[in-house]
Design a protein around this ligand. Structure first.
Ligand SMILES: [Cu+2]
Length: 224
């Protein structure tokens, strides 16, 4: 019986290499996330937390957007710094009712078309699940992060970031389907001009890694 903790500790440092005489001042980090069955995990959030707190996270007061297009949230996942404001424009010709009951942010945008009056601000870190009260299959996830460096894995379960300032970082991988929401995976050291690669496996209580980042909407008559 492999516990989640054991699975997370099966982290393989696949390469830490200095690239010759370095002219670059920053490094590159590549993280690959798989389920315990080896499938790629799309839309896992990867967070690099400065282990020495040598520099501060940006205030994160920018804006982001999740559209509603053809009765889907587009994109279906984003990672944002704490305090970012997110707009939820409805680009369909029917009304949507966007809401979240997540502890990191609870809100409701009652039935509307077009642009809501105000963006929603996300002041607390955590995973926020967004739904539509009318269309059950519409789901999106917002990873609210209080660290400067973060992003989402692609369809191959891979995330790559250039321009990472040299230093020590705690690596966290977040996924909405994990029981613990986020896990510290490892600590890495980024050298000037260096490259760090990590592969990590997550064990989901539901079994295999979720194959699709977003459920498909039903088709056919009767679905509006
Ligand atoms: Cu809807």
């Amino acid at each position: 019986m492999v516990t989640l903790r054991d699975a997370l500790l099966r982290v393989v440092v696949v390469g830490v290499a200095l690239s010759g005489p370095c002219k670059l001042i920053a490094g590159e980090v590549r993280i690959t996330v798989q389920g315990a069955d080896g499938t790629a995990v799309e839309h896992a959030a990867v967070v690099l937390r400065d282990a020495d707190e040598a520099w501060e996270s940006p205030p994160g007061e920018g804006e982001a957007t999740i559209d509603q297009i053809d009765r889907q949230f587009v994109p279906s996942a984003i990672s944002i710094p704490v305090n970012t404001r997110v707009q939820f424009p409805n680009k369909d010709d029917i009304r949507h009712h966007v809401y979240s009951f997540s502890s990191a942010k609870s809100f409701e945008l009652p039935l509307y078309k077009g642009m809501p009056a105000r963006p929603i601000q996300f002041p607390q870190q955590g995973v926020v699940t967004i739904g539509c009260n009318i269309h059950d299959w519409m789901i999106a996830h917002i990873y609210v992060v209080d660290a400067a460096i973060h992003g989402l894995t692609d369809a191959e379960g891979s995330w790559r970031q250039e321009g990472v300032p040299p230093g020590r970082y705690h690596v966290e991988v977040w996924h909405h389907a994990l029981e613990t929401e986020r896990e510290k995976v490892d600590e890495i050291r980024v050298e000037a001009g260096g490259r760090v690669g990590l592969e990590t496996q997550l064990e989901f209580a539901t079994g295999p890694a979720p194959r699709r980042a977003q459920p498909r909407r039903p088709t056919g008559p009767g679905y509006q």
